[in-house]
Design a protein around this ligand. Structure first.
Ligand code: PLP
Length: 421
C-alpha cells in the first residue's frame, strides 16, 4: 500500500509505517497469534465507516443515518454464524479480552466461580490471571494437563474440582497449548455440575472455520468467544458466538452495549464482514489445512533434533518448545537471537516452568502467518532447521549473518499476497 497522503503531511508517522512495511516484508513472522490480512480487509479498515456512530444493533440504533452500517453489521453476523454453525453472533467486541470480560459480566454475578485452564499450562491472561482486574470480581479456579509430555488434560481432576468448587462457567481455550481438547468431556462435566460451557477459540478460530479443527459447538458448547485477527485472518477485533440460546445472546448483547462498550467500531465490523467472506471460500479451507501441515513439518524437525516440545508436538498451528531444557538457551535469549536473524517468535512459560516469566524456558511459534505467504512443508521445515541452528550458534556472529541472508531471501521470494485465494 502507498501512503501518499501521510507522506505529504506527517513525516514521522510515515517513516514508522515504511519501517514496519520493510520489517514485515523481509522477516518471517512466527508468532502464532499474528497473521497478514488481505488488501480488501485493509480497505474496509481505512473506509468511511470509521466516521460513523452506531450505538445499538442493526434495526435498533440510537443515532440516525444507519442505512449502510446496518448492512455491514448484519453481513458480519450472518457470515459468522455460517462459519461457525451457530444461531447468534455479536461482532461488536473491540478485541478478545473485552469479549471475555463481557461474557463474564453477562453470565455471572460478582463472586461466582469460573473453572479455566491453568495459565502456565496454556490458558490465557483473561481466564483469571491474578494480575488482571477481573479477578477482583469473579473467582477463578483451574485445571491442568495430566501429562505434560502428551498434553492430555486431566479430566478426572477437572470433574473433581468442578464438583467441589461449583463453577457457573467452564472455560475451554488457550493461547499456548498445541493439542486438541476433548470437547465432549467438557460438556459432560458442565452438564453434571450445572455450569455453562464456553470455548475461547481466539487462537484456533481460523482452523475451526476452515474445517481443520473440531468445532466445540458440535459437542454442545453453549457459547464461544474469539479474536478475529489470529488464524481467522481478519482485522484486530473480537466476537462472541452463541450456539442456540436466545436468552444467552440477549444477555451478551446487553453486556456489550450498553453494559461495557459505547459505539461499535464500524470500519472494523465492515472489515470483519470482508474477512468472514474470505473465510467462507474453498481457498480458505486449503489455507487452514496447510497451516497444520506446515506446523507438523516444523514439529518433525524439532523432534529429529531432540528439542523437547510441551505436549510432545502439535495437532494445531503452534509449538511450545523447551529451548532452555534442550538447548541451554533461555526463552528471552532465544527470542533475541532469532530476532537478529529475522525470525520473530515469543518467549513463553512452559508448564510448571522453573524459570521466571520474563525469562522463561520456552519459545512459542507457529505457522499461520508464513502459510499466508504460501510457505509449503519444505519451506517450513527449512525455517525450523534455521531456528535450531541459530540457537545452537547464538554467539557466532558470522553464522548468524549467513542465516539472516538465507531468511531474507526466503522471505523476499514469498511476499505477502495482496489477494488471497
Ligand atoms: C489472544 C487471546 C485473547 C485476547 O485477545 P486480544 O485481542 O489480545 O484482547 C483472549 N483469549 C485467548 C485464548 C487468546 O489467545
Amino acid at each position: 500500500m502507498e501512503y501518499k497522503k501521510i507522506q505529504g503531511q506527517d513525516e514521522e508517522v510515515y517513516e514508522a509505517l515504511i519501517g514496519e512495511e520493510r520489517r514485515e516484508r523481509e522477516g518471517l513472522e512466527l508468532i502464532p497469534s499474528e497473521n497478514y490480512v488481505s488488501l480488501a480487509v485493509r480497505e474496509a479498515l481505512g473506509s468511511v465507516f470509521t466516521n460513523k456512530y452506531s450505538e445499538g444493533y442493526p434495526g435498533k440504533r440510537y443515532y440516525g443515518g444507519q442505512d449502510y452500517t446496518d448492512v455491514v453489521e448484519q453481513l458480519a453476523i450472518d457470515r459468522a454464524c455460517k462459519l461457525f454453525n451457530c444461531k447468534y453472533a455479536n461482532v461488536q467486541p473491540l478485541s478478545g479480552a473485552p469479549a471475555n470480560v463481557a461474557t463474564y459480566f453477562a453470565l455471572l454475578e460478582p463472586g461466582d466461580t469460573v473453572l479455566g485452564m491453568d495459565l502456565s499450562h496454556g490458558g490465557h491472561l483473561t481466564h483469571g490471571h491474578p494480575v488482571t482486574e477481573i479477578t477482583k470480581v469473579f473467582n477463578f479456579v483451574r485445571y491442568k494437563m495430566k501429562d505434560v509430555e502428551t498434553g492430555e488434560i486431566d479430566y478426572d481432576e477437572m470433574l473433581e474440582v468442578a464438583k467441589r468448587e461449583k463453577p457457573k462457567l467452564i472455560l475451554a481455550g488457550f493461547s499456548a497449548y498445541s493439542r486438541e481438547l476433548d470437547y465432549e468431556k467438557f460438556v459432560a462435566i458442565g452438564r453434571e455440575v450445572g455450569a455453562l460451557v464456553m470455548a475461547d477459540i481466539a487462537h484456533i478460530a481460523g482452523l475451526i472455520a476452515g474445517g481443520a479443527a473440531k468445532n466445540p459447538f458440535d459437542a454442545g458448547f453453549d457459547l464461544m468467544t474469539t479474536t478475529t485477527h489470529k488464524t481467522l485472518r481478519g482485522p484486530r477485533g473480537g466476537m462472541i458466538l452463541v450456539r442456540e440460546s436466545e436468552e444467552i445472546i440477549a444477555k451478551i448483547n446487553k453486556a456489550i452495549f450498553p453494559g461495557l462498550q459505547g459505539g461499535p467500531h464500524m470500519n472494523n465490523i465492515a472489515a470483519k464482514a470482508v474477512a468472514f467472506g474470505e473465510a467462507l471460500t474453498p481457498s480458505y479451507r486449503k489455507y487452514a489445512g496447510q497451516i497444520l501441515k506446515n506446523a507438523k513439518a516444523m514439529e518433525e524437525v524439532f523432534k529429529r533434533e531432540g528439542v523437547r516440545m510441551i505436549g510432545g508436538g502439535t495437532s494445531n498451528h503452534l509449538i511450545l518448545a523447551d529451548v532452555f531444557g534442550s538447548l541451554g538457551v533461555g526463552g528471552a535469549e532465544a527470542e533475541k537471537v532469532l530476532d537478529e536473524v529475522g525470525i520473530t517468535v515469543n518467549k513463553n512459560v512452559i508448564a510448571d516452568d522453573p524459570r521466571k516469566p520474563m525469562d522463561p524456558s520456552g519459545i512459542r511459534f507457529g505457522a499461520p502467518a508464513i502459510t499466508t505467504r504460501r510457505f509449503e512443508k519444505e519451506d517450513a521445515a527449512r525455517v525450523a532447521e534455521l531456528m535450531i541452528e541459530t540457537m545452537r550458534n547464538k554467539d557466532d556472529a558470522k553464522k548468524k549473518e549467513e542465516i539472516r541472508e538465507e531468511i531474507t531471501t526466503l522471505a523476499l521470494e514469498k511476499p505477502v499476497p495482496e489477494v488471497f485465494g
